[in-house]
Design a protein around this ligand. Structure first.
Ligand SMILES: *Cc1c(COP(=O)(O)O)cnc(C)c1O
Length: 373
């Protein structure tokens, strides 16, 4: 049997940098500065230069990067926060953890939040919006900000899957009041553990983030507000600094793989069976996932698995149907696009080092499923 093609391969990316990373890690070990410290400061500066966000404050994870801005805004019981239902749990989980009510919004054909449904779900209790730039593609943030400013709502961009993505030439995290980034190992910029970053639109918000991540204090042992412990390890920062220097090249690899999938699928004549990712206008997509919509999705996935080809269903159950969130629904909600997506989506192998021949094998395997050999 030919070699397996995994969904993602973190080794392909980390192996060539291993010696450099080990040297940097030894530097941290010898410095004795393990938490925050100079490596974290340098990473924040380099991240800011790359993304062009106004302020960048490192924290412990992408989930915390969503939580800290909601804490700063005092989101609590009775407050509604609009989130897409078709996303990773953390987007809605952050709201619920603070006692707020996540209000679930349907998606559009790009798999991102539907702005039509978003506007319908605003009530006098709505305090904030969390648009998610899913799979590496940005939401129309000009439209989101217009809606939010008209109603005086806080905007936190969930950029966990989309570092480097652009809308109208501007990167994600630079539009909203805050942006939440994740460096979970499989994200486009992956650490070797948990790590996150909050972007903030102005110095006051940046200052709040700086305090909330260290138990609400500016000066040690003097606490001005209630925060939490969400600091970044120096070890993670040291590794991320090295990988950030290669992010542009990783993006180009992902772009090559995505363009090849799209071209090969079009040539395969599967437009009835496979819907390719829809890229909205004026976007730079960074392809954290290449997600198609397929008929007979589960059988297709099993067929690919049998041929040693990895795939994943992001996401099999939308958030408005999750057991954990039922108590936030005053009446049953129906979100038809989300409900179609959870039945049809399939994410195919996607990482920068994927070879053209491997992409060809994946498309051939999909063609074989629908058309036979
Ligand atoms: C990964 C992810 C998060 C959470 O990031 P962690 O670093 O794993 O906590 C939040 N939102 C989305 C959309 C994600 O994909």
């Amino acid at each position: 049997m030919s070699q397996k093609i995994p969904l993602i391969d973190v080794h392909a990316q980390n192996r060539p940098l291993q010696e450099e990373m080990l040297t940097a890690m030894r530097g941290v070990l010898e410095s004795g500065a393990f938490i925050l410290g100079p490596e974290v400061k340098a990473f924040e500066d380099e991240f800011r230069a790359y993304t062009k966000v106004p302020h960048a404050i490192a924290c412990a994870s992408g989930s915390d990067a969503l939580l800290l801005p909601l804490m700063a805004a005092n989101i609590a019981e009775g407050d509604e926060v609009l989130v897409p239902s078709f996303t990773f749990y953390a987007t809605a989980g952050a709201v619920a953890r603070l006692g707020g009510t996540p209000v679930f919004v349907d998606s559009d054909d790009t798999c991102n939040i539907s702005l039509v449904d978003l506007e319908k779900k605003i009530t006098p209790r709505t305090k904030a919006l969390i648009p998610v730039h899913l799979f590496g593609q940005m939401v129309d943030m000009d439209a989101v900000m217009k809606i939010a400013r008209a109603k005086n709502l806080l905007v936190i961009e969930d950029c966990a899957q989309s570092i480097g993505a652009e809308f109208r030439g501007k990167q994600c995290g630079a539009f909203g009041d805050y942006g939440a980034f994740s460096f979970y190992p499989t994200k486009n910029l992956g650490a070797i553990g948990d790590a996150g970053m909050v972007s903030a639109a102005d110095t006051q918000k940046a200052e709040l983030m700086n305090m909330i991540r260290v138990h609400g204090s500016k000066q040690r042992y003097y606490h001005e507000l209630v925060g939490t412990n969400s600091r970044l390890d120096s070890l993670q920062a040291a590794v991320l600094r090295i990988k950030l220097r290669h992010l542009r090249q990783y993006e180009q690899g992902r772009e090559r793989v995505a363009a090849l999938y799209t071209r090969l699928f079009k040539n395969a004549g599967l437009s009835e069976e496979i819907r390719l990712p829809v890229v909205g206008p004026e976007r730079k997509h960074v392809w954290n996932q290449y997600t198609v919509r397929a008929k007979k999705r589960d059988a297709l996935r099993a067929h690919l698995g049998g041929l040693g080809i990895g795939s994943e269903i992001y996401y099999p159950l939308a958030m408005h149907k999750q057991a954990a969130f039922q108590k936030y629904l005053s009446k049953p909600v129906s979100l038809p696009v989300c409900e179609a997506l959870e039945q049809e989506v399939l994410s195919l192998p996607m990482y920068p080092e994927l070879a053209d021949a491997q992409v060809e094998r994946v498309v051939e395997a999909v063609r074989g499923f629908f058309r036979g050999k």
